[in-house]
Design a protein around this ligand. Structure first.
Ligand SMILES: Nc1ncnc2c1ncn2[C@@H]1O[C@H](COP(=O)(O)OP(=O)(O)OP(=O)(O)O)[C@@H](O)[C@H]1O
Ligand SMILES: [Mg+2]
Length: 258
């Protein structure tokens, strides 16, 4: 199944969540592919040096019969594979302007590899542009990380409108797997208020585990490691492990009722 981690708000923990959920799924023996569709390449640089990723997903937006298997790389984590991004993805919007099938490119290319992985996790950029839309069109589920700040709900309605638009026009099976509260600091009243607001809006869609602010989670990208490798005993690792278990439980429940 294909899960996009998305929220057009910047810096809410999309990449941290995509990388650690993908790594956590792999750690549980699930064959997992992490696809980076963000021109910032943050997820890509968690695992690879720039010279290792000259081949990226970029041609899937420009070539007719691009074979994504050619650019999928093993990571140092068993069961975890990655499809790297490149800064050139920033040009996709301009290149595809006016093409009828512009939102469908990723979905088409993934139909070849969908069955080769139990989970495909897509990290998306902080925008509602064509790259995010391609990810949503290709996905079965969305995970929405939200940071509980006074501005947390800013843009959420725009995101939900995009979700509905994609669902109606391209992908009727798309559904929200859940909302993950990230970078929570329970000491502040503002953060606690924001959590209440998020729960009031999304109700049972909110994951029962919230990710608290954790220095280890902030440090791990600099070492090119997921949280389970970098600091297995940290609160960040323990929380993301619970999130991964909840992802599996929610996804399996949805598949059963589908
Ligand atoms: N729980 C956490 N505690 C502390 N720092 C965190 C936590 N989660 C993420 N961070 C840090 O916050 C910053 C933003 O996180 P991240 O890159 O995952 O967000 P993003 O939504 O992917 O950002 P962008 O919108 O730019 O793609 C990063 O420096 C990351 O290491
Ligand atoms: Mg990111």
């Amino acid at each position: 199944m294909i899960i996009s981690v998305a929220n057009q708000k910047g810096g809410v923990g999309k990449t941290t969540t995509a990388v650690n959920v993908a790594a956590g799924l792999a750690k549980k023996g699930k064959r997992t592919l992490l696809i980076d569709v963000d021109p910032q390449c943050n997820a890509t640089s968690m695992f690879f040096e720039p010279e290792e990723t000259e081949d990226s997903i970029f041609p899937l937006f420009t070539e007719k019969n691009f074979d994504i298997t050619g650019i999928i790389k093993e990571t140092k984590i068993p069961n975890l594979f990655a499809a790297p991004s490149t800064i050139h993805l920033a040009k996709v919007e301009r290149i595809l302007a006016g093409e009828m099938d512009a939102p469908l490119k990723l979905k088409k290319i993934l139909s070849n590899v969908k069955n080769a992985f139990e989970y495909i996790v897509i990290d998306t950029p902080p925008s509602l542009g064509l790259l995010t839309v391609n990810a949503l069109v290709a996905s079965d589920y969305i995970l929405i990380p939200i940071t509980p700040s006074p501005w947390a709900m800013e843009g959420v309605q725009d995101f939900l409108d995009t979700f509905k638009g994609v669902k109606e026009t391209f992908n009727e099976n798309l559904s929200i797997l859940g909302v993950i509260i990230t970078m929570f600091d329970p000491r502040t009243v503002l953060a606690r208020d924001a959590v209440n607001q998020i729960k009031a809006m999304f109700e049972e869609l909110v994951f029962s585990e919230a990710i608290h602010r954790n220095v280890r989670l902030e440090e791990s990208p600099a070492y090119g490691e997921d949280i389970f490798t970098f600091a297995p005993n940290s609160t960040g690792a323990k929380s993301y492990e619970k999130i991964v278990e909840e992802v599996i439980k929610r996804a399996e429940r949805k598949e059963r009722t589908a």
